[in-house]
Design a protein around this ligand. Sequence first.
Ligand code: FAD
Length: 404
Amino acid sequence: MSVPASVVIAGASAAGLSTAETLRRQGFDGRITLIGEEVHPPYDRPPLSKQILSGTWPDERVWLRDEAALAGLALDLRLGARAEALDTGAKVVRLSDGSLVSYDELVIATGVRPRRLPGTADVAGVHVLRTLTDATTLRAALAGSPRLVIVGAGFLGAEVASVARQAGAQVTLVSDIEAPLSDVLGPQLGELLVGVHRDHGVEVVTGARVEEVLVSGGRAHGVRLAGGHTIEADAVLVSIGSVPNVEWLAGSGVEVGNGVLCDQYSQAGPGVWAAGDVASWHHPGLGERIRIEHRTNAAEQGMAVARNILAGEDRSPFAPVPYIWSDQYDLRIQIHGLPRGADAFAVTEGSLADRKLVALYGKDAQVRAAVGINMVRPARAARALVATPTAWETATAVQEGVTP
Ligand SMILES: Cc1cc2nc3c(=O)[nH]c(=O)nc-3n(C[C@H](O)[C@H](O)[C@H](O)COP(=O)(O)OP(=O)(O)OC[C@H]3O[C@@H](n4cnc5c(N)ncnc54)[C@H](O)[C@@H]3O)c2cc1C
């Protein structure tokens, strides 16, 4: 395959920018068009639920690159414009401003958007958290020390609970599972996290499903749970998962399911690739199709796609060890691999009681994930047990202080 003359990247965030930068770093000097529907330059999302929400960073600190660095990439940067339609036959993307952009290679990096509760899109006092605007709006709401109900106790809900408590809000965290993050991290760490949130004064309501946001005069004043119980609130954050931004691909022939369906090279079809939160690809190491919403993955997959675009027949499968971190109060949680669905669990360093530990997760007699809580270096060391297939017995036998 010859080197393409033009690459169009839809989605100007972590994955899209990383693709563009890697193309340039690898010597690609053709046209790169980077299309982003947001008006902001590419920015980072993890600080939105942490430093931006708490106000410890000025908003501009989230920009991924300054003006000079962006200019150095010589991009055809189209901000404030959506990719609205794709014609894979003619190899053309139509934008919301009416312009048509042709490509030799297209990278889909359009990410995800928050799932909402039905009928709440325009209700005052109901928040979601995905964009910088969402974060500054929620921050302003927290300034009034509101009664805040958080619907959903995943990473996002748990992080916001921690920041909101520290900002003086009265926080209720409602989850339909038995503990925050227990669906991902299992019951042991789920219970640990419930304890941490309760110690900080968060009311944690588990095993409860929010059926309705209560509204009067266009403003939310609480939620109603299945069974009829209501919780009064001044503000409601809905953090119940995400929906991949794939609707604009309708009719293009690009296969979509839970995201853009790619092969092990992150390729979705001839001349079409996907990277980041929107990409669902076949992970050859795990032997399964996965889509992950992690910051590190977005950057790494963007790099991998750029390299594969330029590699012709020498392209490489994308088989990372997934990594995610989360900051809650004074806890830094780090996850290497995929703990969800594990059938074995062992604390191999530290202890649940100290809230400082490394835990291994196993599946089918192999180590599948390593999770650290406030043990940064040991957690990184344990990553090796995930990166190289390691028998569960071996990994837990060589560790000291194993809790069965
Ligand atoms: C509040 C918050 C906190 C997070 N914290 C962590 C954390 O602590 N650790 C961690 O590992 N991960 C975290 N994440 C996840 C991480 O931010 C994402 O994995 C990462 O942003 C994914 O990057 P992306 O480029 O794939 O997608 P996105 O960041 O979603 O970017 C996609 C971009 O494409 C744009 N777009 C969508 N449709 C179109 C279209 N049709 N045309 C043009 N542009 C379009 C969107 O506006 C968006 O700017 C967090 C996410 C959020 C929201």
